[in-house]
Structures are given as structure tokens and as C-alpha cells.
Ligand binder design. Structure first.
Ligand SMILES: [Zn+2]
Length: 158
């Protein structure tokens, strides 16, 4: 099972860039996903009637966070070890990946909830816009994809 996951991970790594790798590390593992409805306000035109957006809330409990952090550390440590065999580049790759293994694992351990993005309706042009994924805070700010409107959505407490 673990081997299959690692193989899938390797294939995605070859195909994609570092940002994709980061996303894979974040989302491939155990989590509870809930759809959440938010109210969309315009930051530029406060008097516009608000519309709605739906986002996915990703939550990890302590056991899931621990397992995910250990697995992430394992995978990144394997890459650290593999990079030992790449000539010249290993001077940079080995220390960078070694430190990154701890940093990413600690980050995964600490993050309990995250906004995985979604879609909403713009209060001004009424077109659908994409809500960017982000850390869970008090609000999300996002611009509309179809017009220059700056939008704001308040997040419920995590
Ligand atoms: Zn718009």
C-alpha cells in the first residue's frame, strides 16, 4: 500500500513542479472534507447585495496529523537520501531537503484546518469565480476572474 502511494508520488513528481509537490504532500493524506457556504462581499462596492460561495474545509485530527507528518517526513527523507547520488547538485540538495523534511513535517503537524478553495458568484458581474486555497484565517480575499472587483468572504472559526 505504502509502495503504491510512493510510486504515484514519484510519477507526479517527475511530471510536475515544486508547487504541485507541495500540494500533493498536503492533500494526498487522510483528512475530513466539508463543504462550507460563505457570503461574498465586494470590497470596492460595499452597497452591492452579497452573493454566495462554496469552499471545501479540510480538517485533520491529531492522529491524522501525526501519521501525515511521519509519512511526509519519510517521503522527503527518501528524496534526501536519493539526492546524495546526484553529482554536484547534492551539495545543495542534501542539506536543503534534509532541513525541508523537518520543516514540512512540523508544518503538517501544526495545521489543523485549511481552506481547499471552491467557487462563488461575484456580487458585481454575477459570473462564477474561483476561490483560491489558503490557510484558515478570519477572512479570504480574492479577486473576481471576470471583472476587476476585489471580493471578501468571512470564514467561521476553525
Ligand atoms: Zn466579477
Amino acid at each position: 500500500m505504502r509502495l503504491i502511494e510512493s510510486n504515484t508520488f514519484c510519477t507526479s513528481l517527475v511530471k510536475s513542479n515544486l508547487l504541485f509537490v507541495w500540494d500533493t504532500i498536503y492533500y494526498v493524506y487522510m483528512a475530513t472534507r466539508t463543504e462550507i457556504k460563505l457570503t461574498v462581499h465586494s470590497r470596492d462596492n460595499r452597497d452591492l447585495p452579497p452573493t454566495h460561495a462554496t469552499i471545501t474545509k479540510v480538517e485533520w485530527d491529531k492522529a491524522e496529523r501525526t501519521k501525515n507528518a511521519l509519512r511526509t517526513f519519510g517521503i522527503m527523507f527518501a528524496f534526501t537520501f536519493a539526492s546524495v547520488f546526484i553529482p554536484i547538485l547534492h551539495f545543495i540538495l542534501v542539506p536543503t531537503l534534509f532541513i525541508a523534511s523537518f520543516v514540512v513535517a512540523m508544518e503538517k503537524m501544526g495545521e489543523k484546518v485549511r481552506n481547499d478553495g471552491g467557487t462563488g458568484e461575484c456580487p458585481k458581474c454575477h459570473q462564477t469565480f474561483k476561490v483560491q486555497a489558503s490557510k484558515w484565517g478570519t477572512r479570504i480575499t480574492n479577486s473576481c476572474d471576470s471583472c476587476p472587483e476585489e471580493l471578501e468572504m468571512n470564514l467561521p472559526p476553525a
